[in-house]
Design a protein around this ligand. Sequence first.
Ligand code: PMM
Length: 266
Amino acid sequence: MTLVMGILNVTPDSFSDGGAYLDTEAAIGHARGMLAAGASIIDVGGESTRPGSARVGVAEELERVIPIVHALAGDGIAVSVDTMRAEVASAALDAGARIINDVSGGQADPDMLGVVARSGADFVLMHWRDHSERFQDTASYDDVVFDVSHELIAQRDKAIDAGIARERIILDPGLGFSKTWDHNWTLLRHLAQFQKLGHRVLVGASRKAFLGELLGGREPLGRDGATAAVSFWAAQVGVWAVRTHDVAGQSDAIAVARRLALESPF
Ligand code: PMM
């Protein structure tokens, strides 16, 4: 069954929820609400990756993320931490995080793969080419499905060489990261190809700009219905999890896909 990973961005500038959960109590309350709505994992992030955003300092990222990880993990909640920094990953793992979600797949910080390997935690390895200020210049492919798959596998091999167990690696095509809108649609159309790579697959389409473009320029908060359609599609393909802001809507979409699959005569 496809799981829902609820997004908890403790950033002032994320594109759809920036600033809402900077206060620790508010963040924890939001996480609890997402769990009640059907999330299995809470993905805590202290650095926005929105196109063009500047990086935050490591001290600030630690200060935003670690108290929340501590509180949630202390309550037995499965916490994932969205970070490109080994130092943050290491502190988060010490605080009880079970998954490191590195949008750079271990490329941004040379110490990341080693830190994750030593911990035995799961590792979300997303397709990534460069930091967000250079997304536009790096969104060029001969065949986006083939190229993204190959680049993911090359990075996966580095993660295994660094000592991360194969079954702990989750692959993510990285929608919106060095991708044009058309690239995102092509990757989604061929999502089943990623399922064949022999790993759990995570998809992050939630409220992204390619959905806004589809809907005539609609703002992020109006994109949850379209996100649910993507979640339905992802669940039909059998992905491991969808990463989302709108846990209730995505859980419903997945429940529909699940019921249809159960009753399928095929
Ligand atoms: N997208 C964002 C941030 N982190 N992590 C993974 N694994 N996959 C994604 O697609 C992804 C991510 C950007 O979205 P946000 O600013 O709403 O968190």
